[in-house]
Design a protein around this ligand. Structure first.
Ligand SMILES: Nc1ncnc2c1ncn2[C@@H]1O[C@H](COP(=O)(O)OP(=O)(O)OP(=O)(O)O)[C@@H](O)[C@H]1O
Length: 597
């Protein structure tokens, strides 16, 4: 695929793009075309009979007028008519066949590009999703891919077929009368220059229009997901003004593309008429001087129409291809997005009897370069040890968890599990070894069982056993269809607490060596939390555990508490040690006690 720099990827400007860049864009699609080469070759071969059948018709008309019509030979005339009908039949048949083949290839290539994009996007790191609005991404994955598919479906082979038609018509014209042929060809040249100009302008407008469409989709997506908040805070008017503005900009850019597109069609319409007039002017004079027959003149009037037809179609296809170039450029920006977090070429394996020891070795980390949210974090969590991370909002607790799960990479330093740097093992192995339960469990559409197994091969008995272990089986049995209850997209038919209970079963069935709980019981009522807490005590036995909790009363019994402040571990010890130290933990604990009594 084409290499586009990151800077240009953010706001690629079509204005300064060179032709060589266009060619490189086109070449980047070759691997997709190659997989369908057989069908493409057949459709190219069909061009030969197609263009001959089209160019020979005016010659047959000329033969009819100058031969049988002039001499009154009705039998000969009928034969010529039969041959003309035959050429029409050949054209219709081959055109339909070629059209089908090309559309089929176009659909296949579109599906292949969509598949590659999906695989690539789902492999990108979390930081990519942090900076890319979902709406923009969806536009690229849907309508840009469609635009690209059109290039194959109607564009690429169609252009060759139009070029072949123009060349064959020109050859037949020159064979019949070189002077009239020259007149028509001379007219084509300036028109081509005009078309190239309009196409260039079209491309610029189209690029901007696609950008506006992405923006429009981002606004739409944000408003749909945040519909509750929009209504609760009466933001409808404000958001609608914002939407209206971008909507108008999009319409203006589309109008600009339509203008340039229509300008091309109008120019061609006008020039075709001028060409007929030119042929009549020059040819008429020659008939008077007996230098040209009526048949030849009629053939040239037909030729002048037929020559501009493929040129018109060519111009239309160029419009499709221009949109395709815009699309391939935008798609390439995503395909070029590096997969930052990759598996090593020769991965190591975590020991089968691994103890689950975690070591942060002088870890520094920032979401933006040089803005560290974790500064020289250095601690070792012994096998089976349970620690809690506490600290004010924004101190960096969740960031530590994201680093252990390798959703982000440390800027400096290393994270070791059982003595092995987590960059040296596969992500799949790491994530099997480390189970994470977050405060807000994301559910997929599907049933409850599928939301626990998440596509892995577990029997229903194992699912039930995991749910029983976590004391959530009773809650699932109360649902309308128990484990077969359908969950709506994002789990909207379940409460926050119910979703969290499923997250516990998800973790339990995987039996991870290390367990991380990020505010995992925050949405549960007191009695459910009590049940879960009992289950957790069973689950956590012998497992290395990291707990993030804002309510300090829930973590009194852990082995060690790390207190974070602005990305640094400022205190460490068990509850009693930290209380007697009288530092940040002690004051946070006292505040909580005062608030609850
Ligand atoms: N995706 C992100 N991109 C940029 N900055 C981020 C991102 N996520 C968090 N931050 C910043 O990193 C810092 C640490 O955030 P983190 O989520 O680790 O804090 P936390 O201690 O878990 O906070 P809380 O208790 O509120 O959950 C914060 O200043 C936050 O603004």
């Amino acid at each position: 695929m084409v290499h586009t720099s990151k800077a240009s990827s953010a706001k690629a400007q079509p204005v300064n793009r060179s032709n060589s860049n266009d060619w490189r864009l086109l070449l980047s699609l070759l691997p997709y075309a190659k997989q369908n080469s057989q069908k493409l070759i057949i459709s190219l071969f069909l061009l030969v009979p197609l263009s001959i059948a089209s160019a020979v018709q005016p010659i047959l008309v000329q033969q009819a007028i100058d031969g049988p019509i002039k001499s009154g030979d009705l039998f000969g005339l009928r034969w010529i008519c039969v041959v003309i009908l035959l050429t029409i039949a050949v054209r219709l048949m081959f055109q339909a066949w070629q059209g089908y083949l090309v559309q089929e290839v176009g659909q296949k290539i579109t599906a292949d590009i969509r598949r590659d994009l999906f695989q690539h996007v789902t492999s990108l790191s979390t930081s990519f999703f942090d900076r890319t609005p979902v709406g923009k991404l969806i536009t690229r994955l849907t309508s840009d891919v469609e635009a690209l598919g059109d290039v194959f479906a109607t564009g690429a082979v169609g252009v060759l077929s139009d070029l072949a038609a123009i060349a064959t018509i020109a050859a037949f014209m020159f064979l019949l009368r070189w002077d009239l042929a020259l007149l028509l060809v001379m007219m084509v040249l300036p028109v081509t220059a005009l078309i190239v100009y309009f196409q260039y302008e079209y491309r610029k407008a189209n690029f901007k229009a696609r950008d506006r469409l992405s923006e429009l989709n981002s606004i739409l997506q944000e408003n749909i997901i945040g519909a509750n908040i929009v209504q609760l805070f009466r933001r409808e008017k404000f958001n609608s003004t914002q939407h209206l503005k971008v909507n108008q900009q999009y319409a203006n850019e589309v109008n600009r593309t339509v203008f340039h597109d229509s300008a091309v069609s109008a120019t061609l319409e006008w020039i075709a008429l001028v060409a007929i007039a030119g042929v009549l002017w020059l040819g008429g004079g020659q008939i008077v001087q007996n230098n040209l027959t009526f048949g030849e003149l009629s053939a040239f009037v037909l030729f002048s129409q037929r020559l501009f037809d493929p040129i018109r179609q060519l111009a239309e296809k160029f419009t499709t291809i221009q949109s395709g170039f815009t699309a391939v450029e935008r798609i390439n920006v995503i395909l070029q997005e590096p997969i930052e977090i990759r598996d090593p070429e020769h991965p190591k394996s975590l020991p089968l009897d691994g103890s689950g020891e975690i070591c942060f070795d002088h870890v520094w980390f920032g979401y933006k370069p040089d803005e560290y949210v974790l500064k020289d974090v250095n601690f070792t969590l012994k096998a089976g040890e349970k620690i809690a991370l506490v600290g004010p909002t924004g101190a960096g607790k969740s960031s530590i968890i994201r680093l252990i799960s390798r959703l982000y990479e440390p800027t400096k330093g290393r994270i070791l599990i059982d003595g092995i740097d987590i960059r040296e093992i596969t992500q799949a192995e790491l994530r099997r070894y480390v189970g994470v339960i977050l405060q807000d469990a994301f559910l997929f559409s599907g049933d409850i069982k599928e939301n626990i197994t998440l596509g892995e091969d577990y029997a229903i008995e194992q699912v039930i056993a995991a749910a029983e272990l976590m004391n959530v089986d009773r809650f699932i049995q109360e649902l309308p269809d128990a484990y077969a209850t359908q969950v709506r997209e994002r789990g909207t038919n379940l409460s926050g607490g119910q979703k969290q209970l499923l997250a516990f079963a998800r973790a339990a069935i995987r039996d991870p060596r290390i367990l991380i709980l990020d505010e995992a019981t925050a949405s549960l009522d007191v009695s459910t939390e009590f049940l879960i807490q009992q289950a957790l005590d069973r689950l956590l036995r012998d497992r290395t555990t990291i707990i993030i909790a804002h309510r300090l009363s829930t973590i009194r019994n852990v082995d060690r508490i790390l207190v974070l402040k602005q990305g640094e571990v400022i205190e460490s010890g068990n509850h009693d040690q930290l209380i007697s130290k009288n530092g940040l933990y002690a004051s946070l604990y006292q505040l909580e006690m005062m608030a609850t009594h």
